[in-house]
Design a protein around this ligand. Structure first.
Ligand SMILES: Nc1nc2c(c(=O)[nH]1)N[C@H]1C(S)=C(S)[C@@H](COP(=O)(O)OP(=O)(O)OC[C@H]3O[C@@H](n4cnc5c(N)ncnc54)[C@H](O)[C@@H]3O)O[C@H]1N2
Ligand code: MOO
Length: 404
């Protein structure tokens, strides 16, 4: 039965279990998904401090010449107290001396006989960074399901957190099938071509934070396919390409069948990508993509990416879109949801000049695609479309419609 994309994605999300957890030092946690909430254990800044190199002074000394008694540097444990008629020279980040009411930047004072002449417009608390104004002890800094990027590591380090609980990365096994295929490091003859799907999926799954195993390229025999399936079964997700159509050498589903393949869908109302197949062997998730390179790549972006997000433990596990305006009119044949690759420049979406399911060239220039509703025959220039990025990960914690 041919399934709608919505139903297919629902089956993916309901059948994919998230990974278990482990503990990692934060310097190794980049790209992982946090498996705990992080609560601030202390204020940041930890103490009131100066935002400027300048002078710690009292408001009532505005427009006066004051004596500079000493200097305080960041990292000093200065215990003295500021008195009327005095200034303490202070550096950015140094703890504010007791009795300070504001900081005057160095460039705002003039030298005078007894020290420095203060301006006449002093404002209470000016240039003082208050303890806790950035982070308050007890607040939730990061939540379970957040993806750890460089700036999340900033927050963790700011709290002196050395180890965190994360979800293990999904382990993906990849192989392609086809007698005509050779690896990029082999020689091809005039009736063969290079396997481009597996290197593509290998790179993309790595980009998406998976640990990846490249099993190889199978020839179109059940025996060789069985060998490849067996080698892939110790991973969490197996993604294949090719051999899912109705040709006499399309054995992929049959080969998985020998291992107890429970197929959850094997036809989707989408163009390209109709024969995309999804299912399980025990708790292993299987995605069989069509062989045609552009079809495989774009269908991976919908189904493969959703499997990875669902397994990753990420809170924002649903693909999200970015609105764009159509650069030009675009006409198409109605009847099936169509995936149309193109380039999103931040404002406009330009459809690739030429594309077809079996091509690789559109993948080089496209950075996004749009999924067009089956009822649509024309998208006018300047109309709004929802682009699905293939270069960035825009995700959301609520399921959104992806259809333009
Ligand atoms: N009678 C029908 N024929 C086809 C149908 C159909 O419904 N009825 N569907 C078509 C559609 S749609 C697709 S998509 C393809 C999918 O076929 P397979 O998944 O079985 O893929 P293959 O036949 O193995 O290969 C298709 C095409 O792609 C090239 N290919 C395959 N793998 C790779 C790879 N790893 N790297 C580069 N190129 C690859 C292969 O050489 C073929 O040209 O079936 C249609 N037929
Ligand atoms: O729909 Mo196939 O997946 O044309 O290329």
């Amino acid at each position: 039965m041919t399934l709608s994309i919505e139903k297919a994605l629902e089956l993916i999300y309901t059948n994919t279990k998230q990974k278990s957890i482990k503990i990692l030092p934060i310097e190794e946690a980049l790209g992982y998904i946090l498996a705990q909430d992080i609560i601030a254990t202390h204020n940041l800044p930890p103490f009131d401090n100066s935002a400027m190199d300048g002078y710690a002074v009292k408001i009532e000394d505005s427009d006066k010449c004051v004596n500079v008694t000493c200097s305080v540097f960041a990292g000093d444990d200065f215990k003295g107290e500021l008195k009327h008629g005095e200034a303490i020279k202070i550096m950015t980040g140094a703890r504010i001396p007791l009795g300070t009411q504001c900081i005057v930047p160095i460039e705002d004072v003039q030298e005078c006989e007894d020290g420095v002449k203060l301006p006449d417009n002093l404002i209470i608390s000016k240039h003082i960074r208050l303890s806790g104004e950035d982070i308050k002890k007890g607040t939730v800094l990061l939540s379970r399901g957040d993806r750890i990027d460089a700036h999340q590591i900033t927050l963790l380090a700011s709290q002196g957190i050395s180890h965190i609980k994360v979800y293990k990365k999904p382990r993906v096994a990849l192989f392609a099938s086809g007698n005509e295929l050779k690896m990029h490091f082999e020689n091809v003859t005039d009736y063969q071509l290079y396997n481009t799907n597996t290197p593509t999926l290998l790179s993309r799954t790595q980009e998406l934070g998976c640990e990846v195993e490249f099993i190889g390229t199978a020839i179109d025999t059940l025996e060789d396919l069985h060998l490849h399936v067996k080698s892939a079964l110790d991973c969490d997700i197996i993604i294949t390409s090719g051999g899912v159509s109705v040709g006499d050498a399309d054995f992929t589903k049959e080969a998985f069948g020998a291992f107890g393949y429970e197929i959850l869908f094997d036809k989707v109302a989408i163009k390209p990508g109709k024969p995309t197949t999804f299912g399980k062997i025990g708790d292993k998730i299987i995605l069989n993509l069509p062989g045609n390179p552009m079809a495989a790549a774009l269908n991976f972006e919908l189904f493969g990416r959703s499997i990875i997000y669902a397994m990753s433990g990420a809170k924002a596990k649903f693909i999200n879109t970015i609105d764009a305006k159509m650069k030009d009119d675009y006409k198409l044949r109605a009847g099936r949801r169509s995936l149309v690759p193109g380039y999103f420049d931040g404002e406009y979406f330009t459809v690739c000049e030429q594309f077809a399911p079996g091509m690789v060239s559109p993948l080089g220039s496209a950075n996004a695609f749009i999924m067009i509703d089956e009822s649509c025959e024309k998208i006018p220039k300047d109309s709004r479309v929802k682009t699905i990025s293939t270069k960035f990960s825009f995700t959301t914690d609520t399921l959104k419609s992806l259809i333009s």
